[in-house]
Design a protein around this ligand. Structure first.
Ligand code: SAH
Ligand code: SF4
Length: 361
């Protein structure tokens, strides 16, 4: 068997290589992080792009077993931001020279919602003279809806596969049409077909998940030829069915370390994609996002959701910054990013280089 140093010299990582790398101890993993940092600098440079995250609503028609805002959770106070609240949050991003924003929320497919999103997109484009890039993260929709939202101004879409292994996916979701693995996959394909820069990702450290599953997840991302990835540790939420397995999980520190290895291996496998440093990392380690930006990630999504509703968008427990206004976080963020050798790409879209290559004539 090859050792990890030999594996890190290879052009193409196979499943066994990935499993070996995912199994590295702390000391060995430093070689992995060093390699991915070199690749990151070479292929995407030291710029990091801001996408202001607006959590539009926690109303969701789905019932994913891991998620704190799942439909059946009666302990959540449901909210929907008004147009003005959304536009104000977007304006805040524009005024602070963010290149892009993300509209994220629970899944809804009714006409009122679909039309409203289209109108919001047009307004966002208007208020920023077309300058703000827009990513959507609103779950599974029809091709028609994806196309309509794209025409209205969105150009990136993020929808995690959550877990690429069918059997495990099924354990994490109710067994019905609304939560079909095939449909999730087909929706991701529709996003790609509609012409979006397409993002997906997985949760790391889920109940029943093994290192082999995680290796397959990374291979899934490569085979799907994905442009952007958002992935992060699974964090249990008391009001969800999966909470009953909390004693079987890897400790939080272990989930964080495994996430770091996932980020680094992904950067080595997919050199020119955009990788977001996600909020769940910050839940375990206050500077978890900055740490992955040093060696792998090049996108960060500062939360700009109005503070009053933020405490109701708890996908998982101990989500950071729920008591703070957007301003509190932003001031120090840039300084912390400097400490990990990253420079903020203000006013730039920071599109996925992989997408540009993939769609070139
Ligand atoms: N409803 C949309 C987008 C909002 S949910 C969708 O599901 O695509 C955004 C992400 O939160 C999900 O993709 C999921 O990966 C993540 N998430 C939900 N519950 C989580 C948990 N308990 N721990 C970590 N991430 C979680
Ligand atoms: Fe809804 Fe997304 Fe949570 Fe699933 S993960 S319950 S689709 S908000």
């Amino acid at each position: 068997m090859q050792n990890h140093i030999q594996i890190l010299e290879k052009d193409f990582l196979n499943c066994d290589d990935i499993i070996t790398l995912l199994s590295l101890n702390k000391e060995q993993a430093n070689d992995l992080f060093k390699k991915s940092e070199q690749i990151k600098q070479k292929y995407v440079g030291n710029k990091v792009y801001y996408r202001g995250l607006v959590e539009m609503s926690n109303i969701c028609k789905k019932d994913c077993y891991y998620c704190g805002i799942r439909r059946s959770n009666k302990n959540v106070s449901r909210y929907e931001l008004g147009d003005k609240q959304i536009i104000d949050a977007v304006q805040y991003c524009y005024n602070n020279n963010f290149g892009s924003i993300v509209l994220q929320g629970g899944e809804r497919t009714d006409k009122v919602f679909v039309d409203r999103v289209a109108n919001l997109l047009r307004e966002i484009k208007k208020l920023s003279n077309g300058e703000l890039g827009v990513t959507l993260s609103l779950g599974e929709q029809t091709l028609e809806t994806y196309k309509m939202w794209k025409e209205a101004g969105a150009h990136r879409y993020l929808m995690r596969i959550e877990e690429s292994n069918r059997e495990l996916y099924q354990k994490l979701h109710p067994d019905n049409d609304l939560h079909s693995f095939d449909e999730r996959l087909a929706a991701l394909k529709r996003i790609q077909d509609a012409g979006y820069q397409t993002g997906t990702g997985v949760m790391i450290g889920l109940p029943f998940q093994t290192v082999e599953h995680l290796a397959d997840d990374l291979i899934f991302l490569r085979e799907f030829n994905i442009d952007m990835v958002g992935m992060g540790p699974y964090i249990e939420h008391e009001d969800t069915p999966l909470f009953q397995y909390k004693d079987q999980l890897w400790p939080l520190e272990g989930r964080l370390f495994m996430s770091f290895k996932m980020y680094a291996i992904l950067r080595i496998m997919m050199k020119d994609i955009n990788i977001a440093a996600t909020t769940a990392l910050q839940t375990i380690d206050p500077i978890g996002r900055e740490r992955v930006i040093r060696f792998a990630a090049n996108v960060i999504m500062p939360n700009v959701t109005p503070g009053v509703v933020r405490k109701n968008y708890l996908l998982y427990e101990n989500k950071p910054c729920v008591d703070e206004g957007a301003d509190d976080c932003l001031d120090c963020l840039e300084k912390r990013l400097k400490l990990v050798n990253a420079e903020v790409g203000f006013n730039e879209w920071g599109d996925s280089k992989h997408f540009i290559e993939r769609t070139k004539g």
